[in-house]
Design a protein. Structure first.
Length: 136
C-alpha cells in the first residue's frame, strides 16, 4: 500500500473526530475511510463500501432523487468533486437498514495538497428533518 500524502492523513484524522458523517475517497474514487458517525447513519451497508468506487455508492445505498428515480453516478456530489474538482451539494432519498426512506443531504469537497496536487475528496452527509429542513 503506497504511503498517503500528509494532507490525506490529516483529513482522515479530522474526520474521525467529527460528529457529522463523512467518508474520504482517493483520486480514483475509491472509498478510503469513513467515520463512526457514518456507520451510525448508514449501518451495515457501509462496511461493504470500503475500497469500492464512489460511483458504486449510488447503487450500494440505492440513492434516489425526489421523484424516486435512481440517481446516476455522475450526479453524486462526490463524483462531481472528483471529476470537476469543485465542491458539490445535493439531496437524495436512501432506504435505511430498517427499510424507512430517509432524505439525506450530501456535500463533497475536493482535497488539494501542496503544489496543487489533487488528492481526492471528502464527503459530509446528514439526514434531513423533512418538516424543518434541518439536520437530524
Amino acid at each position: 500500500m503506497p504511503q498517503q500524502a500528509i494532507e490525506m492523513i490529516l483529513t482522515r484524522q479530522l474526520a474521525a473526530h467529527l460528529s457529522m458523517p463523512t467518508f474520504l475517497v482517493d483520486p480514483a474514487g475509491n472509498v478510503l475511510d469513513f467515520n463512526d458517525a457514518a456507520r451510525r447513519v448508514l449501518g451495515g451497508r457501509l462496511e461493504k463500501a470500503r475500497n469500492v468506487s464512489a460511483r458504486d455508492l449510488a447503487a450500494l445505498f440505492e440513492a434516489r432523487d425526489e421523484a424516486g428515480k435512481p440517481v446516476p453516478p455522475e450526479r453524486l456530489p462526490i463524483a462531481i468533486a472528483l471529476e470537476e474538482h469543485h465542491p458539490a451539494h445535493a439531496r437524495f432519498q436512501v432506504p435505511g437498514d430498517d427499510g424507512q426512506i430517509r432524505e439525506i443531504a450530501i456535500t463533497a469537497v475536493p482535497i488539494v495538497g501542496q503544489g496543487d496536487r489533487f488528492l481526492g475528496a471528502i464527503s459530509f452527509f446528514w439526514i434531513v428533518d423533512k418538516e424543518e429542513g434541518t439536520p437530524k
